[in-house]
Design a protein. Structure first.
Length: 223
């Protein structure tokens, strides 16, 4: 567990690293360009807002509710035991996402296709990979996997709702002109990989135990 916690704590540090002011990957390929031209909205701000609400509010709320009602044991200990691997999966995913953003420095489509010059921002060269996509699929995959190993009746609903919301997010990120097709596809794959791997690593080694001194619960375990 220490490894994933360390990676999770490191994620904000990577985010604070400045992306290069000049793009290292500037020109999109023909497929990315064609898909972008077909999907981008005129009101890109609306698409951006919808994608953010969908990813960081609707998705987590739906996942938490489904996990809570998955079992007759409605104790906080059971809920923490189920959600902690999900949170770890998301933390590791965001670390990998941020590393890719600052290392690859791909120019976003709104910047590349701008009809007039715009003021540069630190966001301009963070197109690859899509953080919204990796977040959504890490949440979906890890939550569904936890339902699977626990034998919860809600597993098909977690898969169905999660995949639907995650694919919608990928569409809206492209409609917002924030990402290319390749950005959201790779982001989704990174999220799926973390969502399937981290809970497996934590499954046998993570234990929630009472902590009498603090009158709460403690997480113990190791890889």
């Amino acid at each position: 567990m220490g490894l994933t916690l360390t990676l999770g704590i490191a994620a904000p540090l990577v985010t604070s690293i400045s992306t290069p002011s000049d793009c290292r990957w500037c020109n999109p390929g023909s497929v990315d360009t064609a898909v972008r031209n077909q999907l981008v909205w005129r009101n890109v701000n609306l698409a951006d807002t919808i994608s953010t609400i969908n990813t960081y509010y609707v998705g987590p709320a739906a996942g938490l509710v489904l996990l809570y009602f998955s079992d007759k044991d409605e104790s906080w200990r059971r809920l923490i035991d189920d959600t902690l691997p999900v949170l770890e999966s998301i933390a590791v995913t965001q670390l990998l996402t941020n590393l890719a953003k600052v290392t690859i420095a791909r120019q976003r489509p709104y910047k590349h296709f701008a009809s007039t010059p715009t003021e540069p921002t630190r966001e301009d060269n963070q197109s690859f990979i899509s953080g919204h996509s990796s977040f959504g699929f890490a949440l979906t995959t890890s939550a569904a996997y936890m339902c699977h190993i626990r034998g919860y009746w809600t597993e098909p609903y977690v898969w169905g709702a999660g995949i639907t919301l995650s694919l919608a997010t990928e569409y809206f990120r492209m409609a917002a002109d924030k990402h290319y097709l390749s950005d959201v596809l790779v982001g989704g794959l990174v999220g799926i990989g973390a969502g399937l791997t981290i809970p497996r690593l934590m499954r046998r080694n993570l234990v929630i135990v009472p902590a009498p001194e603090s009158r709460g619960l403690a997480v113990v375990g190791m890889f």
